[in-house]
Design a protein around this ligand. Structure first.
Ligand code: SF4
Length: 344
C-alpha cells in the first residue's frame, strides 16, 4: 500500500494495518444460496485479512430499466440481508455508492483514459446490450469505468469476483497503469480474487445459473417450509430413475450444494450412498436440508432482528458512508493535484 493511502479508522489495538478489499453488491434483497456459496461465504473469510469495503451499487443498477419507487427498499434490503448473512459493520464497511459522489467524479477522469474499442468488446456489455437492443445507454457502455473508479477510489488491492468479472478487473488494472504512467504513481493494480474451490451452483432446474429472474432459486431468508417445498422436487442425476439405480453425485447439483453446506463426513456419505444406491435422492435432500438449516436458520433469525430494528441497518450505512467519504475525499485531492485540476 502506498504511503499516501488514506486510512481514517484506527486499526484495532495490536492489529496491523491491512490492505483494502472492495466488492460491489447489487441492490436486491433477493439474495439466494448461489450468491451465498459463490460470494458471501468467501467475503466472510477475507474480512480478517483485508480492510473490507462493501458497496451497494445503486449507480450501476441504473444502467438497466428499473422502478424508481422500489429502489430505496431494494437498497435497504440488500444491506439488511448481507448484514444478516455476516457482513458485520464492526468488521467491515458497508455503504451505498450514491452516498459518495466522488465515485462519479473519478469515473469522469478515468473516462478520459479509457479506450472506447476495449469497452465495446467487454463480454457483459455485449450480452446486456444485445438484450436491450435499441435502448443501449451510455451508462451501460461505461459500466466498467465506474467499476474501476469504485475500486481505485479506495486504492483497493483485492477484489473478490466470479469468473465473469475478471475481464473488468483486468480493465481496472489497465486504467490504474495508464493513470500512473500519464500523471504519477497513485493507484495500486488490484488483484481479482476468484474462489478456487467448488463448482458453481445451478438453479433447482439443474440447467441454468441460479437466479431470481428464472425462479429456480432458494432465497437466504426463506422459511424452512418454503425451502423444503423447493428442494424436494429439485432436479438430480437423471440416470437415477428408480431408487435402486446407482447415481453419479459429481454431475448432480444437489451434491454441489452439499459441498457448500455439508460437513466432509456427510459429503462422503452422499458420494458412497449415491454411487451404491444405498440412499435415495429424497434421503440425500433431507440430509442437505438439515445441514443447510444450520447455516440458514441463524441468518434468517438475524434478518428478522434487523427487520424489527431497521435503525441498525441505517446507522451502519450512515457510518459506512461517512468513512468512505473521508477515504474518497483524500484520494480525489491527490487525483486533482496530480491531474492539474487545482493549483499545486
Ligand atoms: S443421491 Fe444425492 S447426489 Fe445422488 S443423484 Fe440423488 S440427489 Fe444427487
Amino acid at each position: 500500500m502506498s504511503a499516501t493511502t488514506p486510512q481514517t479508522r484506527p486499526a484495532p489495538p495490536g492489529s496491523q494495518k491491512r490492505p483494502f478489499l472492495f466488492s460491489g453488491i447489487q441492490p436486491s434483497g433477493e439474495i439466494h444460496i448461489g450468491n451465498y456459496c459463490g460470494a458471501i461465504r468467501n467475503w466472510l473469510r477475507l474480512m480478517d485479512e483485508y480492510d473490507s469495503i462493501f458497496c451497494i451499487v445503486d449507480y450501476h443498477a441504473m444502467t438497466v430499466e428499473y422502478d424508481v419507487a422500489t429502489m430505496p427498499a431494494r437498497v435497504f434490503d440488500a444491506a439488511l440481508v448481507n448484514m444478516a448473512a455476516g457482513l458485520d459493520p464492526e468488521r467491515c464497511t458497508l455503504f451505498v455508492q450514491s452516498q459518495v459522489p466522488e465515485h462519479t467524479e473519478l469515473t469522469w477522469i478515468l473516462n478520459t483514459l479509457a479506450p472506447m474499442g476495449l469497452l465495446g468488446r467487454m463480454t457483459q456489455f455485449k450480452e446486456k446490450s444485445r438484450r436491450q437492443e435499441l435502448n443501449v445507454n451510455v451508462g451501460l457502455f461505461d459500466y466498467p469505468v465506474l467499476q474501476a473508479a469504485d475500486i481505485l477510489l479506495y486504492r483497493a488491492e483485492a477484489v473478490p469476483v466470479g469468473d465473469d468479472q475478471v475481464q473488468h478487473i483486468e480493465f481496472t488494472r489497465d486504467l490504474a497503469r495508464k493513470f500512473n504512467l500519464r500523471f504519477a504513481e497513485l493507484f495500486p493494480e488490484p488483484r481479482a480474487l476468484v474462489p478456487k474451490s467448488g463448482a458453481r451452483i445451478l438453479g433447482l432446474d439443474g440447467e441454468a445459473k441460479m437466479s431470481k429472474s428464472l425462479g429456480n432459486y432458494i432465497g437466504l431468508m426463506e422459511s424452512r417450509e418454503g425451502i423444503w417445498q423447493k428442494l424436494r422436487p429439485a432436479v438430480t442425476d437423471p440416470a437415477r430413475v428408480r431408487r435402486s439405480d446407482p447415481g453419479n453425485p459429481f454431475i448432480c447439483n444437489i451434491y454441489t450444494i452439499h459441498q457448500c453446506f455439508s460437513s466432509p463426513e456427510i459429503q462422503e456419505q452422499v458420494v458412497a450412498g449415491c454411487q451404491s444406491a444405498g440412499i435415495g435422492c429424497i434421503d440425500c435432500k433431507k440430509m442437505l436440508f438439515e445441514e443447510m438449516m444450520q447455516v440458514l436458520d441463524p441468518i434468517r433469525a438475524r434478518g428478522e432482528e434487523l427487520r424489527a430494528a431497521p435503525e441498525r441497518v441505517r446507522q451502519a450505512l450512515a457510518a459506512g458512508a461517512e468513512r468512505c467519504r473521508d477515504l474518497a475525499r483524500a484520494t480525489m485531492e491527490e487525483v486533482r493535484r496530480l491531474t492539474g485540476l487545482r493549483e499545486t
